[in-house]
Design a protein around this ligand. Structure first.
Ligand code: DQA
Length: 142
C-alpha cells in the first residue's frame, strides 16, 4: 500500500509555532516518525508539505493512479478551502483528515472542516501520533 501524507500551511513550523498547542516536535522529526512507523507496517509512504493552496490541490490530484490512500492535515485550509475539498472528492481515494490539536475544543472558526466531507475518518487532538493512527486505519480498512 502506498500512502501520501500531505501537510498544509505552517506545519513546516512545527516545534517553533505555538508549542503549547502543537508540541515541540519538529516537522523533520514528524517525517522520520511517520517513515519509521510506515516502514514497520510495510507501507510505502510519500511525504509532502506546502504553504500554498494550489500546490496542495496539485499534490492531491497527483495521487490519482499513484497512491492508494491519503493522510492530510490541511492546516488552516481545513476551515476555508473548497478547492482542496473538490480535489479530494475528485480523486475518490480513501482519505483520513488529521489535526494535531483538538480543533473541536478551539475557536469557532476552527469548527468548520470543508475536507471532512471527503474523508473516511478524522483524527484530532492526538498530537503527532494522529498521523500514525491514520495510517493504521487506512491499512486495516483498505
Ligand atoms: C491544525 C489545526 C488548524 O486549525 C490550524 O490552522 C493548523 C493546524 C492542527 O493540526 O491541529 O495549522 O490543522
Amino acid at each position: 500500500m502506498k500512502i501520501k501524507v500531505i501537510n498544509g500551511p505552517n506545519l513546516n513550523m512545527l516545534g517553533i509555532r505555538e508549542p503549547g498547542i502543537y508540541g515541540v516536535e519538529t516537522y523533520d522529526s514528524l517525517c522520520e516518525k511517520i517513515r519509521d512507523h510506515a516502514g514497520s507496517k510495510g507501507v510505502e509512504v510519500v511525504l509532502y508539505q506546502s504553504n500554498h493552496e494550489g500546490d496542495l490541490v496539485d499534490e492531491i490530484q497527483n495521487c490519482l493512479g499513484d497512491c492508494d490512500a491519503i493522510v492530510i492535515n490541511p492546516g488552516a485550509y481545513t476551515h476555508t478551502s473548497i478547492a482542496i475539498l473538490d480535489a479530494a472528492k475528485a480523486v475518490s481515494l480513501p482519505i483520513v483528515e488529521v489535526h494535531i490539536s483538538d480543533v473541536s475544543a478551539r475557536e469557532d472558526f476552527r469548527q468548520i472542516s470543508y475536507i471532512r466531507a471527503a474523508c473516511v475518518k478524522t483524527v484530532s487532538g492526538h498530537g503527532t501520533d494522529g498521523y500514525l493512527e491514520a495510517i493504521d486505519f487506512l491499512l486495516e480498512n483498505n
